[in-house]
Design a protein around this ligand. Structure first.
Ligand SMILES: [Cu+2]
Length: 287
């Protein structure tokens, strides 16, 4: 490659890199206003453990990257072509190769064990008995939520029953489903475990809340009901779909409100009562 063309390609790659960084920053700026270059604040109980794993991998790979690049550049300079010095050929070193293969292998197996344990412990282990279950329906392009009503029990549901008149696929023969009520926002009490029962009406969507460090795909034709978490910070959050699910994907989101238990009980009572009234006057379908 000539000097001229290598300069041009260097300039081009610099421009592409800058453009990528700028677009990444803009994409983030659209949702977040703080911590643009780092992870958003943690707002769930297990989130800190997940962050620890992330930091560990980040600093480990970052350290290894810097170290190998330093050695690489050092060798480039030390063994560069010079007058009067002959290039020699190395047949390698079995012991060295064994060591630098064994160490990364051990690290990767360790990471596998550590993250597998976290995946189970933080997000998938059986939830505590006081867990509230909320139904989540994902569709092109939005989310809808269903709460258990006064009996605190969502009741049985089946993906085969999902339809226009039964968005959550509730089993009509299960009386526990009768007092369920729907909501357009995900209202959650602070410090209380919540399990989400995820269903999709059409294509693959996702349940993604960066502040909770929670991510789960929502797959049509199956119910995913093992994901649970405990919000630990009051405030508003955004539930976002993280699977490119169609033309309106960019706008597929829902509001999450983490409120005090007192405020939640008040909201729950009002919504629950309104749903019962609506069910009494018209066929069961509330907004
Ligand atoms: Cu989606």
């Amino acid at each position: 490659m000539s000097k001229q063309s290598s300069r041009t390609s260097l300039a081009l790659s610099a421009i592409v890199t800058l453009a990528l960084i700028a677009s990444g920053a803009c994409a983030h700026a659209a949702v977040r206003t703080s911590d643009l270059w780092w992870m958003p604040e943690v707002a769930s109980k297990g989130g800190k453990d997940i962050d620890q794993l992330t930091y560990f991998i980040y600093y480990l790979t970052g350290g290894v990257f810097v170290l190998t690049q330093v050695v690489y550049v050092y060798f480039l300079i030390k063994y560069r072509s010079r007058k009067g010095i002959r290039a020699t050929y190395s047949h390698g070193n079995n012991r060295l190769e064994l060591v630098w293969t064994a160490i990364p292998t051990a690290i990767f197996i360790g990471l596998w064990g550590y993250s597998n344990h976290l995946w189970w412990d933080v997000l998938h282990a059986p939830s505590p008995p006081d867990t509230m279950e909320v139904g989540v329906l994902a569709y092109q392009f939005g989310f809808s939520f269903q709460y258990p009503g006064a009996d605190g029990n969502l009741g049985q549901s089946d993906v085969k029953l999902i339809g226009n008149n039964n968005p959550f696929g509730n089993d009509p023969n299960d009386t526990a489903t009768k007092d369920n009520f729907q909501s357009g926002i995900l209202e959650l009490p602070i410090n209380k475990p919540v399990r989400v029962r995820l269903n999709s009406r059409d294509v693959i969507h996702a349940f993604y809340v960066p502040q909770f460090r929670v991510y789960q795909d929502i797959v049509p034709g199956r119910t995913i009901d093992w994901l649970w978490f405990t919000p630990t910070q009051l405030g508003s959050y955004q539930l976002a779909c993280n699977q490119l699910c169609g033309s309106g994907h960019y706008n597929m989101k829902a509001q999450i409100e983490v409120v005090s238990q007192e405020d939640f009980d008040k909201w729950y009572k009002e919504k629950s009562a309104a749903a019962i009234t609506a069910a009494g006057s018209t066929p069961a379908r509330s907004k």
